[in-house]
Design a protein around this ligand. Sequence first.
Ligand code: NYM
Length: 212
Amino acid sequence: MACKRGALIVLEGVDRAGKTTQCKMLVQALQQSGRPAEAMRFPDRTTTIGQLISAYLEKKSELEDHTVHLLFSANRWELVPAMKRKLEQGVTLVVDRYAFSGAAFTSAKPGFSLDWCTKPDVGLPKPDLVMFLQLSPAEAALRGQFGNERYETRAFQNAVQQKFELLMKDPSVNWQVIDASKSVEEVHRDITVHSLNAINIAENIPLGQLWK
Ligand code: NYM
C-alpha cells in the first residue's frame, strides 16, 4: 500500500514575526515525535534563479518589478517536483514563506493588483495549512532595527501587512492566524497543535492546487 502523504505547511507573516525560528522548532518537534519533516524556505537562494533574487534583495542588482515577481514565482515552480516527491514519500514540509509573500510584497508596490500578483502561482501545490504570524508594527519595532535588504522599511512592511489581510479573506486557503506576540514557547505550542491537526487531515486527502 502507498504510504500516507505528508502535509504542506506554510508559515507567513511580516518580517521579524519569528517565522524562521518557529519553522525550525516545528520541524524539530515533528521529527522528535517520529513524523518525517523537512524545512524549506522561499526564496530558495541556492538555485540559479534564487541567486538572481538574492542579489536583487541585497541591492547588488536592479531588476524590473514584474521581472523579479516572476522570478520569485519561478523559484517556487522549480522546486515543485522535489516538493511533490517528498510529500508523496510521507514527508511533511514546513515552508518559510510561499506564494502569499510573493503576492503581498509585489502588490504592496505601486501599480500592482493583488489579482495579477497571484496569477503566476496559480496551480502550485496548495498548502494544507498556512499560519500567519500576526505581530503589530509597534511590536515588531520592539524587536530591533530592520535589516538592510530591500523592502525592510516600516512603511513598506505596513503596506505588506494590509495585503496579507486581503489574502487571508480567501476561504479556499486554510489560514490560521497565530498571535506572534506571545513567548517563543507559547507560539510554538499553538503552531504545533494546528500542524498536527493538518497532518492528520492531509493523510486522507489528495494534495490540492493553489488558487484554482
Ligand atoms: N519575498 C519573498 C518577496 O518579495 N516575494 C516572494 O515571493 C517571497 C517568497 O523576499 N522581505 C520577499 C520577502 C522578504 C524577502 O525573504 C526575503 P527572507 O525570508 O527574509 O529571506
